[in-house]
Design a protein around this ligand. Structure first.
Ligand code: CV1
Length: 268
């Protein structure tokens, strides 16, 4: 168990929504489409899903209406997926708030809910402020928070078009790709549409100054490739892709793998 519902949940939600609508979060959104979104209406759909309900008694379908109403169009070639928390920061710096890529957290619904704590109870006041279940505590993809992310992930994946990227940490414990109990595998990969997803670019990233773990031929990634083949989706697998390496090297320019500039000018 974790901390309880954020005291200012409503204010944060409404404020984030207004900011997002104004294009101040992800500047690449379609502002016309966002004009139709009513933040108070979205808040009502969202919080009524878990208010007066025991925290683990919330299931994925209960979020369908909120997710459908909050959904916005995701541009082609921009979708970025990830599997495992250890790659999360890298994906977000790569995404550059949507300028380079869109991860779920830079869509309206993802941005609204990201990092918030919320859960309900049957008794007044309907929200629980002492503690809320942590990840997986109600079972995989169950309970007020995890059920939301599962439904949101489905919507996000169904919209992916063109070139998409999936980021993995090559040194993730248990293998880079987790097929069972990963939101990426169970809700995103499964819902990608082979008619519109042209290619899945598998990005296997290794932290600087670290021995790489899984590569494109490792069983974990081969399992992913097997699923893609079965779904008839093309893929390309990259080990330490250069665009990501360059990004990592901004903060790690002393590392051996970051000596990219061959003839640095040295004053005499
Ligand atoms: N996704 Br706070 C899935 N779960 C999320 C997301 C999110 N965007 N944000 C949060 N969670 P894990 P994964 C919570 O490291 O491979 C989407 C969930 O409630 O296991 O399973 C993303 O689009 C759950 O408790 O990653 C991404 O592509 C835990 O974090 C993919 O699904 C799951 O995190 C990542 O899911």
């Amino acid at each position: 168990s974790d901390n309880g519902t954020d005291i200012d949940l409503r204010e944060i939600f409404i404020g984030r929504c207004a900011d997002f609508k104004a294009g101040r979060v992800n500047p690449t959104v379609d502002l016309n489409e966002l004009r139709m979104k009513n933040c108070t209406h979205l808040w009502n759909l969202f919080h009524s899903t878990f208010k007066y309900r025991e925290a683990c008694n919330v299931t994925r379908p209960m979020y369908k209406e909120f997710v459908a109403e909050a959904a916005i169009t995701i541009p082609s070639n921009k979708s970025a997926f990830w599997d495992g928390w250890t790659i999360y920061d890298t994906v977000h710096s790569y995404a550059k708030e949507g300028r380079r890529s869109w991860s779920l957290e830079y869509t309206l619904m993802g941005y609204l809910i990201n990092n918030l704590k919320f859960c309900g109870q049957e008794e007044e006041p309907g929200l629980r402020y002492d503690s809320c279940p942590g990840p997986d505590e109600c079972g995989f993809a169950k309970g007020c928070a995890d059920a939301f992310w599962a439904e949101a992930s489905i919507n996000f994946a169904k919209q992916a078009k063109g070139q998409v990227r999936v980021f993995f940490d090559s040194n993730r414990e248990g293998g880079a790709f987790h097929n069972n109990n990963s939101y990426f595998a169970q809700y995103e990969l499964i819902n990608m549409d082979p008619d519109v997803v042209e290619n899945v670019n598998i990005y296997l990233v290794t932290e600087l100054e670290t021995k790489s773990g899984d590569n494109c031929t490792s069983p974990s990634i081969q399992e992913l490739i097997g699923i893609l083949k079965e779904k008839n989706i093309r893929y390309t697998c990259y080990e330490q892709p250069r665009d990501v390496l360059h990004l990592l090297c901004i903060d790690g320019n002393e590392s051996d793998e970051c000596i990219l500039q061959k003839d640095a000018l040295v004053s005499p």
